[in-house]
Design a protein around this ligand. Sequence first.
Ligand SMILES: Cc1cc2nc3c(=O)[nH]c(=O)nc-3n(C[C@H](O)[C@H](O)[C@H](O)COP(=O)(O)O)c2cc1C
Length: 146
Amino acid sequence: MRRYPQGVAVVTTTWKGKMVGMTVNTFNSLSLNPPLVLFIADRTKGNDVPFRETSSFSVNLVDDAKILDVFATKPVETRFQEVKFHLSKEGVPLLSDGYAYLLASRSQVIDVGDHAIIVGEVKEVKVNREPNPLVYYMRNYRNVCI
Ligand SMILES: Cc1cc2nc3c(=O)[nH]c(=O)nc-3n(C[C@H](O)[C@H](O)[C@H](O)COP(=O)(O)O)c2cc1C
């Protein structure tokens, strides 16, 4: 799979009073009508649990490798200390330096093997600026020239 370039995003929610977020390369659109998106969470690490147990999540489109690194490698408890964010009215963190975000209400969780497909219905979309997008390829973030 490392030879297959994949888009990257940071998914977040607030779970049991704590903000959680992780970098994913499994975000995708699923349906236009209704507007559904999905990402896939690793159940062996418990990455699905916060998203399974809350009703809303955000998907932040990020073109800064440092932020993607924070949400993949830093201790879960300290991640939001390293980035700028604000909260949606549902209390879901939105990364201020992302180039766009969407807010979704969780509609389905489908367990498949050791992962879970988290499906959300899109409730709000905001584009902040033009991106300089990154893809994850050969275990590195790489710029896409546009
Ligand atoms: C480029 C990249 C993509 C990732 N994509 C996913 C993903 O789609 N689903 C997932 O559950 N974890 C994914 N991860 C791992 C999570 O980001 C990581 O497990 C999560 O942030 C929790 O951190 P921890 O495993 O250190 O507890 C990805 C990591 C990287 C570096």
